[in-house]
Each structure stands twice: as C-alpha cells, then as structure tokens.
Design a protein around this ligand. Structure first.
Ligand SMILES: Cc1cc2nc3c(=O)[nH]c(=O)nc-3n(C[C@H](O)[C@H](O)[C@H](O)COP(=O)(O)O)c2cc1C
Length: 154
C-alpha cells in the first residue's frame, strides 16, 4: 500500500507525512459531504490526472469501501454527486476507448454512491459560438441541479 494512504507517520519522510495529512483531510472532507460537485473535463478519453490522483487517495479499502467474498462493498454512505462533464468533441462521436464517465461512475459505485447526475457541456472545441451556448446551458442546468438538492434535501 502507498505509505500516504492511511497508517502512521512513523518512518515516513517529511514530504510523505505532509501528503498523509493532506490525504486524511480530503478523506474526512469526502466522508462528511452530503453533496459533491465534481468538475471533470475529458482528457484523452478519460478524466484529468488531478481527478484520478484524488480518486486514488479517496478509494481506501477498509475506509471508503471493503472487499467481501461477494465483491467490493461501499462504505461512503448516502451522497449525491453532480458531475460537470465537459469535452471538446461530442459523446455521440466517441469510440470504445471513451472511459471518461465510465471511470467516474465506477469510482463512485465502488464507494457505494449511485446517485450521480451529469451536467454536460460538449463540443467546446467547435467554435466560440457553440462553446458559449453549450457552457451557458450547462451552467443553467448546474444551478437547477444544485437548487433541487437544497430544496429536496439529500
Ligand atoms: C490534454 C487534453 C486532452 C483532451 N482530450 C480530449 C478528448 O479526449 N476528447 C474530447 O472531446 N476533448 C478533449 N479535450 C478537450 C477538453 O475536454 C475541453 O477543453 C474541456 O472539456 C473544456 O475545458 P476548457 O474550457 O479548459 O478548454 C482535451 C483537452 C486537453 C487539454
């Protein structure tokens, strides 16, 4: 296991200790959250490396999920996830290598969270006019989704 994923600071270098502290802070923040809003542009068929690095720190066996004989079971509790999913092209044109939303879905499902809403802004590489319209529509949908969460409770 990576030394910065849980455990004691004993034997860790100073940078590793600092990283362990950061990871513990992010984990506590994640576990306490009722609603998560994730910004996820598509980068080369998948998610950005920064988001992957966060996934790698939050998915900890024994803390946010556990292994069982019947497959992994999520421990994260009930949460609502809103993903702003953006891309330069269009989902309809993507090929079998399109792992973007699949990766996000698999990650949250692993932790036991299935309430995921996608707010999409697509075709952002298709000129300024299309980009502005797509972003404006996504912003409106995002505000509506967040408003609905607070009106309905989680
Ligand atoms: C490194 C990199 C890889 C990208 N890969 C894809 C891709 O595979 N498919 C796609 O539709 N758009 C791709 N894009 C476009 C981004 O998804 C798009 O720029 C982003 O969603 C919008 O963010 P922006 O407003 O910062 O440009 C890529 C952009 C970058 C910088």
């Amino acid at each position: 296991m990576l030394p910065v994923l849980g455990g004691s600071k004993a034997g860790l270098t100073e940078p590793q200790q600092a990283e362990l502290e950061r990871v513990e802070m992010w984990l506590a923040e994640f576990l306490a959250a009722d609603v998560l809003v994730i910004g996820a542009p598509q980068y080369n068929f998948s998610i950005p490396s920064q988001l992957k690095a966060w996934f790698d720190r939050i998915a900890q066996a024994g803390r946010t999920f556990r292994y069982t004989d019947h497959g992994p079971v999520g421990l994260a509790g009930k949460k609502r996830v809103i993903v702003t999913s953006t891309r330069g092209g269009f989902r309809k044109d993507s090929n079998r290598l399109d792992l973007h939303e699949q990766t996000i879905e698999a990650f949250f499902n692993l932790l036991g969270t299935t309430d995921i809403t996608y707010i999409r802004a697509e075709g952002l590489g298709h000129g300024d006019e299309h980009r502005s319209a797509s972003v404006a529509a996504a912003e409106e949908a995002l505000h509506a989704a967040i408003g609905n969460v607070f009106e309905a409770g989680v």
